[in-house]
Design a protein around this ligand. Structure first.
Ligand code: NAD
Length: 260
């Protein structure tokens, strides 16, 4: 396939964890990747790891001007944008509510929710500017929600509100852009072994042993298992799927018993 015909996927927070697993999966599937991250050096190292034809970009998704510049750079350097994965997120998400500042709460909404909105808006502009081929959609947008947006997890009210907001944003954008050829879906992971979860465990904020015991599948997810769901949602195999949030949680949301 000619280089300019290869689809382009932009992954925010793509330098580590789930985002990096998604970048690897889409590159293996023939996509050209734009890896955007707060940490420029880490994004550049990852793009080099993927090989020729991929792009690294520095961007804070909570900063509107940086998001606009990021999407413009993708289109300028790679010629098109087919898939956006709104993955960037932060570990600083768990604090007893009575000790939480308004700034902490607002930061959760800024990075996870406002960042997802800004990136989706800019990406859709780029997707709508390109005429799709016969029978093709214009693009796919995938959000990273969480089980925290579907169920009550203590001490994560800002994070949970942001993730529930991503589920609502997903539905709203899917309803608006479906007829224009853009599908919008989200994934709600359970606990995934990533640097984010390792940081929470080091700080004593979560116990991965207890988490594994509660999950019906008896373990945490591997980032690659979330990447497979993202690949499915972006692919033609999901051509009639839009507006959903797919739990990839080892059965976490299905489990209702106490102490069994
Ligand atoms: P991670 O910390 O391992 O990686 C996140 C990446 O995002 C890092 O490379 C970081 O530099 C980047 N980043 C942070 N803030 C950014 C910003 N403002 N702009 C751009 N990049 C930024 O995290 P992860 O565990 O891979 O999580 C990825 C996403 O999945 C997050 O949205 C998270 O909330 C969600 N999620 C994770 C889990 C889990 O158990 N790990 C569960 C449910 C949902």
């Amino acid at each position: 396939m000619a280089e300019q015909n290869r689809p382009v996927t932009l992954v925010t927070g793509g330098a580590d964890g789930i985002g990096w697993a998604i970048a690897r999966r889409f590159a293996a599937g023939g996509h050209r990747l734009a890896i955007a991250d707060l940490r420029r050096d880490a994004a550049e190292a990852r793009a080099r790891e993927l090989g020729e034809g991929h792009l690294a970009l520095a961007c804070d998704v909570a900063e509107e001007a940086q998001v606009t510049a990021m999407v413009a750079a993708v289109v300028q350097r790679l010629g098109r944008l087919d898939v956006l994965v709104n993955n960037a997120g932060i570990a600083d998400s768990i604090q007893p509510t009575l000790e939480q500042s308004g700034a902490h709460f607002a930061r959760q909404l800024d990075i996870h929710l406002k960042g997802s909105f800004l990136c989706a808006r800019e990406a859709a502009q780029a997707m709508l500017a390109r005429e799709p081929g016969e029978g093709e959609g214009r693009g796919a947008i995938i959000g990273l929600a969480s089980i925290a947006g579907l169920t009550g997890l203590p001490r994560r009210n800002g994070y949970g509100a942001a993730k529930a907001g991503i589920i609502a944003l997903t539905r709203s954008l899917a309803a608006e852009w479906g007829r224009r050829g853009i599908r919008v879906n989200a994934i709600a992971p359970g606990y995934v072994r990533t640097p984010l979860v390792e940081a929470l465990e080091r700080e004593g904020k979560i116990d991965t042993g207890a988490i594994a015991r509660r999950a019906p599948l008896g373990r945490l997810a591997r980032p690659e298992e979330i990447a497979e769901a993202a690949w499915f949602l972006a692919s033609p195999a999901a051509s009639y799927v839009t507006g959903i949030t797919l739990p990839v949680d080892g059965g976490w949301m299905a489990y209702g018993a106490a102490g069994e």
